[in-house]
Design a protein around this ligand. Sequence first.
Ligand SMILES: Cc1cc2nc3c(=O)[nH]c(=O)nc-3n(C[C@H](O)[C@H](O)[C@H](O)COP(=O)(O)OP(=O)(O)OC[C@H]3O[C@@H](n4cnc5c(N)ncnc54)[C@H](O)[C@@H]3O)c2cc1C
Length: 383
Amino acid sequence: MPLFTTSAAWVTTEHHLYADIVSRFLQDHMVPNVARWYDQGQIDREFWNLAGEAGLMGAGVPEAYGGAGADMSFEAVALYEQGFAGDVSWGYAIQSIVMHYLVAYGFEEQKLAWLPKLVSGEYVGAIAMTEPGAGSDLQAIRTTAMLEGDEYVINGSKTFITNGQQADFVIVVCKTDPQAGAKGTSLIVVETDKVEGFERGRNLKKLGMKGNDTSELFFNDVRVPASNLLGDTAGQGFYQLMNQLTWERLIVGVQGLGCADFGLQETIAYTRERQVFGKPVFEFQNSRFKLAEAKTKLEVTRSFICDAIAQVDAGKLDASTASMVKYWATEVQNDVLDECVQLHGGYGYMMEYPITRLYADARVQKIYAGTNEIMKELIARSL
Ligand SMILES: Cc1cc2nc3c(=O)[nH]c(=O)nc-3n(C[C@H](O)[C@H](O)[C@H](O)COP(=O)(O)OP(=O)(O)OC[C@H]3O[C@@H](n4cnc5c(N)ncnc54)[C@H](O)[C@@H]3O)c2cc1C
């Protein structure tokens, strides 16, 4: 099941070929490990290097910095294929987000130093915005980065950070001028093995996405060179976040569509096989109608997402449309997977079936990358 609609003008033969390469890699190297990753609470560190070698990361990063120099749509294809392979333990979505902060705001020296490492998997990336007391209200963050000579000194704590147990490279959202509100917010890079005072907290136990590590991070007088600031002056963090969150929100929707497509495919197969009252579950009119509704919702979502991908490639995806994609696609993903669980009966509640994991994984999609309530706030502001 491809991400593409037949009418999406941006789709080329290369997109289809790339989708096949990614899909084959994931079937060979990801799918056989998923159950073990769930048990260990994180993926194998080497998987990042393997994925890098296979060219799965950074398709949209310029060649000068180790990427393939292609359109962002290729990264969307890879993220969709991951969802359609049925597991989101590998935190590539965050790696992609981190890379594009650097592409957009890094200096030449920063890009040359860091992007090739992120593309190859030598570095695992994370972005640390959320704090125990500040999630939706990002302006309320309390982590500070104060300039002392030619260094920033970072103090504070973050929570719910994806890839936090493995991250070598963290973009930290800090207050460089705590009195200046949004205008005092900056993005500062911490290379975790080059500093003292950085600590990882627990790998948090979650409802779903159990193979993807989520952590608390602590910064106690962490000193980094002043040149680790993203952007030419301090205080641009909020503007940078608002711009890059459009990509984050789009790819949350893209992966959600991949997961829901996979769930529907599994459910069609299951209902054709499962016999009840002497006939396949698929033959009941209720089942056929529920599957038809799910298919229709996914096709509508696919069209919307394909249109948004075209806008990204044209550099025109606005915050309101990205919020609509995130809100709509994750609601559809949750609705569809809920029906899929129902059509599996009791087996839909048993972890042996992929549908159960997909259902549990889906719930957080309505919460992270900005809750769906915040998405509606952003959409409403554009009305
Ligand atoms: C598995 C997972 C991975 C994550 N990964 C990362 C990561 O890598 N990096 C990172 O920085 N963060 C990450 N997060 C954090 C995530 O982005 C936040 O949890 C999310 O933004 C919500 O913030 P909060 O949890 O503080 O909820 P709160 O802000 O406390 O919200 C609680 C409720 O109030 C509602 N609410 C808040 N404000 C409004 C409003 N103005 N109008 C209406 N309703 C409102 C919310 O929608 C929600 O229903 C992750 C979270 C999870 C669960």
